[in-house]
Design a protein around this ligand. Structure first.
Ligand code: AHM
Ligand code: MG
Length: 335
């Protein structure tokens, strides 16, 4: 009835975070405030994207190359700065680290009290930016351990299981925010007329098996033979569909809802693949594990991998339990 609709319409993100924890605990207050800030960053990026083609100076390249050796787009810089300015005012975060910055960014005025670190990829799927296709932002929140505020951020070199919150924002036909604080996975949709993320699905469970496989087959001859064998298996087995958008947030969102597997394996030249552990593969692994799926490098659960450096890469095989196990058995046993 209408009351239920109203109830659902009123579950905003910050309220939802509080509901999952002891509302008045300091931890609940902090996490609610942190998620609120992430939502604000998402709204700012979504707003800019929705007008991008109409405005001067929003799309295209800056002419710079980032630490990863990738050409930087204007939207990458904009979104990176959005997170910085939003969290500067939060008081809670002393340090941010992102795909676009070689070293962590410190906010000294927050450091005496701000004991959290935000790790993020401001724009996931950059190659989609200039074509008005789906994009994402990925985030991970960790507690800052000890007083190690040096440039290496070595206190972050612990397993992904230590994340206290993680998720992504998907800029698609609607803007969605999906998050976990270790108590299930929940999705919110931005209602542009309210300017609020409203709860759309609680406790999302990924199917144990799906029909989608999502991988860039253009890399076929750069892969290890075991991955080629897996893809040959998929080709000769009825019932698989290929889906690959160029933005893993959108591909993994599909896998979360409908099941299947997303892979970004290593190549012979780059055995660790392309994706970065701390702000790409670990946060997505946390979400998918919380939904009942798995994420592995092929040899080790992603959440057990310990970074040795800030921008460390890992191979990624993520999705439904059975589909991930299938890929794994090709890697480990050749079939
Ligand atoms: P980005 O953060 O620089 O955009 O890189 C991550 C993206 C993923 O979203 C996507 O799955 C992958 O890189 C696409 O790379 P490729 O073109 O090599 O398949
Ligand atoms: Mg990225």
């Amino acid at each position: 009835g209408s009351d239920r609709t109203l109830d659902r319409d009123c579950t905003t993100l910050s309220r939802h975070v509080l509901q999952q924890l002891q509302s008045f605990s300091p931890e609940a207050q902090d996490l609610s405030a942190l998620m609120n800030r992430i939502a604000l960053a998402g709204k700012l990026v979504a707003r800019r994207l929705s007008h991008a083609g109409l405005m001067e100076g929003v799309l295209g390249f800056t002419g710079e190359v980032n630490v990863q050796g990738e050409s930087v787009k204007k939207m990458d810089v904009y979104a990176n700065d959005v997170f910085i300015s939003v969290f500067k005012q939060s008081g809670l975060v002393c340090r941010l680290a992102s795909e676009e910055m070689e070293k962590p960014y410190y906010i000294p005025e927050n450091c005496p009290i701000g004991r959290y670190t935000l790790l993020y990829d401001p724009i996931d799927g950059s190659s989609n930016t200039d074509n008005n296709l789906s994009l994402g932002s990925i985030f991970s929140i960790r507690k800052q351990e000890g007083d190690d505020v040096d440039e290496t951020a070595s206190d972050l070199f612990t397993p992904g299981r230590n994340q206290i919150a993680a998720g992504y924002i998907l800029y698609g036909p609607s803007t969605m925010l999906v998050y976990t604080i270790g108590k299930g996975v929940h999705s919110f949709t931005l209602d542009p007329s309210l300017g609020e993320f409203i709860l759309t699905q609680e406790n999302i469970k990924i199917p144990d098996k799906g029909s989608v496989y999502s991988v860039n087959e253009g890399n076929f001859w750069q892969w290890d033979e075991s991955i080629r064998e897996y893809v040959r298996y998929v080709h000769r087995t009825e019932g698989y569909s290929a889906r690959y958008s160029g933005a893993m947030v959108s591909d993994i969102h599909r896998v979360l809802l409908q099941g299947g597997v997303f892979l970004y394996p290593g190549t012979r030249e780059k055995p660790e693949g392309k994706l970065r552990l701390l702000y790409e593969t670990a946060p997505l692994a946390f979400v998918i594990e919380q939904a009942g799926g798995r994420a592995t490098t092929g040899h080790m659960e992603i959440l057990d991998v310990v970074a040795k450096k800030l921008h460390q890469r890992t191979p990624l095989i993520i999705g439904s339990k059975q589909d991930v196990a299938k890929v794994e058995s090709f890697i480990q046993n050749g079939h």
